[in-house]
Structure formats: structure tokens, C-alpha cells
Design a protein around this ligand. Structure first.
Ligand code: CP
Length: 330
């Protein structure tokens, strides 16, 4: 647990200042707890209960070379709600098209922005951009590799819904081969002694090296293709879309795209306390009839995404919020 200062947030916040957020592998449980503490303190701003100029005078640059609704808009909303400004590059509108290197682009955008969030279809390109950047760079998804801020908001949502993180039984369903959100979430959940049930078509299993990583950390992980049996005693069911854009050929995608669908019938026998999550966008993996079920938490994840990204922007910029009056922790 993070050491709490008189200002109400962790003394460990200094560790974050000017830090890149590229991989969840760089974070320990105590760092994640610091992010959650800061997020808790900023949540009233996201809920519109109060306003803030915490990031006044600072600029966020969002560089998105792959489609996004949630991640880009929530980063931009987070910055705007904290009184900062946003500039962006979307798609093929930048000088990368003329052959400029990502490293040079990082250096150049650092002249305009105080923090950069980047998404790219190729794994580890965000690391390349960060080598040129002189300001903190946040990975907003790099190919099939990682989506660290999604994992943090997923974990924050689980922490709120289940009121604990230790010792949960979590089922991950769908595309465990190409799903970067699942890859990052598995890594952070492994810090809390999670028991994993990995449910997928045999061709979409979790990469071997990630499975080995889980076992090395002492986590129990079972692989299955049987959703009906697996769902019975889960605390969390994390559903993912089959990532069409990552398949080398569409014939393989067509064969597995409709393998799983969670509907009310699937949920019979599942715990009343189950959290049903999905990073979104969804196609047909969760039937819309599930949306009214109190266990469905996907749109809470979206809202929590803004709060978590507020916290991350504030932390890497070294703009730590003061605790709300009357809410000082001892
Ligand atoms: N969850 C997520 O990354 O959504 P977007 O692709 O819309 O950003």
C-alpha cells in the first residue's frame, strides 16, 4: 500500500514525474495504488461536481495512427477537464508520410507538447518515438503488444466493483493471441495473485511467453475453450473482440470470428457478483440484452478511463492534486 502524505496523495508520486508510460511491466502494485489514489481525488472533476485548472498552461499531443474512439477522446477529455490544451495528429496527416522517422517526430512534437499519447499499429514503435521525445510519452496501444492505460482503467474498475484486487478468479475470453488490452491486463492482474481462466479458440490462445511469465510469477492459469463451464465461479469475465486487423489472412479470421457470444443464457449459473467487462469496441461477443444486467460494467470502464488518464497526465506532468478540503487522510 502506498505511503500517504498530509496532502492526501502518495509520497510516491515523485517517481512518476517525467516518466514514460510504455509498458505495464514498469509498474509495481504500489505504483498502481498511487495512480488509483490520485484518480480517486480527481473523480469529482470527471463527474462534473467541480472544475480544475491543474494542467493549465500545458499541452497534450495525441498522435493516433490507428482508429480509436475511447482512448483518444478520453485522453483529450481528461486534459481539457484539467484545464489543459490538446493538439493532435490523426491517421496519415503527418510528415511521417514523407519519410520522417518516429524518433525525429518525437523530438519535434516535444517542442509543442508537454505530454504525448501515441497509438500505432506496429508493436514497439511508441518506444522509438519516446527515444526522440524530451517529454513523457504514453503508450495508447502499440499493435498486438500492449495497451497499458486500458489495463490501468480495467484494474481500477475491478477494484471499484469487487472492492479488492487480491486473489480474484478472472476469466479472459476471446482473442488472447492478438488482444493487447488482454495482454496488459493479465500482466497487472498477475501482481495480485490472480487465478486465470484463459478461454479461447485453440488458434487464439495466449502467447507462450506470456503464459510462462504468469507461471513464473506463481499464478495459476488454466486454458480452456469451454465458456459454459468456466463462467460458473468467476469473479470477473473480461471479454475481447477478435482483432480482425491483426490477422495475416481473412480466411482464418472468418473461421473464429463468431466462436463466442455472451448472452443472458450464458450467464445462467454465473455469480451474482460477477463483473462483465470488455475494453470495447464490441461486435457480437456480448449480446445487447446483457447491457441491462447489473453485472455489465463496460460503460463504467469508459467513464473510469477519463479519470485514470487524468491521474496519469497529472502524475507525469508533476501536477499533483491537493486533497479535497475535509478529506485529509491520517
Ligand atoms: N478500448 C479502446 O482502446 O478503444 P478505442 O480503440 O476506441 O480507443
Amino acid at each position: 500500500m502506498a505511503k500517504t502524505s498530509r496532502s492526501g496523495v502518495s509520497q510516491l508520486t515523485q517517481w512518476f514525474t517525467t516518466r514514460n508510460i510504455l509498458s505495464v511491466g514498469d509498474f509495481k502494485a504500489r505504483d498502481l495504488e498511487t495512480i488509483f489514489e490520485v484518480a480517486d481525488s480527481l473523480e469529482p472533476i470527471n463527474l462534473g461536481r467541480t472544475s480544475s485548472d491543474l494542467m493549465k498552461g500545458l499541452v497534450l499531443g495525441t498522435l493516433f495512427f490507428e482508429p480509436s474512439t475511447r482512448t483518444r477522446l478520453s485522453f483529450e477529455t481528461a486534459m481539457l477537464r484539467l484545464g489543459g490544451n490538446v493538439i493532435n495528429v490523426i491517421g496519415n496527416s503527418s510528415s511521417l508520410e514523407k519519410g520522417e522517422s518516429l524518433r525525429d517526430m518525437g523530438r519535434v512534437v516535444s517542442c509543442f507538447a508537454d505530454v504525448i499519447a501515441m497509438r500505432h499499429p506496429t508493436a514497439f514503435t511508441v518506444h522509438e518515438l519516446s527515444e526522440g521525445s524530451t517529454v513523457p510519452v504514453i503508450n495508447a496501444g502499440d499493435g498486438a503488444n500492449e495497451h497499458p492505460t486500458q489495463a490501468m482503467l480495467d484494474l481500477y474498475t475491478i477494484r471499484k466493483n469487487q472492492r479488492r484486487l487480491k486473489g480474484l478468479k478472472v476469466g479472459l475470453l476471446g482473442d488472447l493471441k492478438y488482444g493487447r488490452a488482454a495482454h496488459s491486463l493479465i500482466r497487472v492482474l498477475a501482481l495480485y495473485g490472480t487465478e486465470f481462466v484463459l478461454i479461447s479458440h485453440p488458434s487464439l490462445k495466449l502467447p507462450e511467453e506470456l503464459l510462462r511469465e504468469l507461471k513464473t510469477l506463481g499464478c495459476n492459469a488454466v486454458e480452456t475453450s469451454d465458456l459454459r463451464s468456466a463462467i460458473q465461479d468467476l469473479d470477473v469475465l473480461y471479454v475481447t473482440r477478435v482483432q480482425k486487423e491483426r490477422f495475416p489472412n481473412l480466411v482464418d479470421y472468418e473461421q473464429v470470428k463468431n466462436e463466442y457470444r455472451v448472452d443472458l443464457k450464458t450467464l445462467r449459473g454465473a455469480r451474482r457478483s460477477l463483473s462483465i467487462l470488455h475494453p470495447l469496441p464490441r461486435l457480437d461477443e456480448i449480446a445487447s440484452e446483457v447491457d441491462a444486467d447489473p453485472r455489465f460494467g463496460c460503460f463504467d470502464q469508459v467513464a473510469n478511463g477519463v479519470t485514470i488518464r487524468m491521474a496519469l497526465l497529472a502524475l507525469v506532468a508533476g501536477r499533483i492534486p491537493k486533497a479535497p478540503k475535509g478529506k485529509k487522510k491520517k
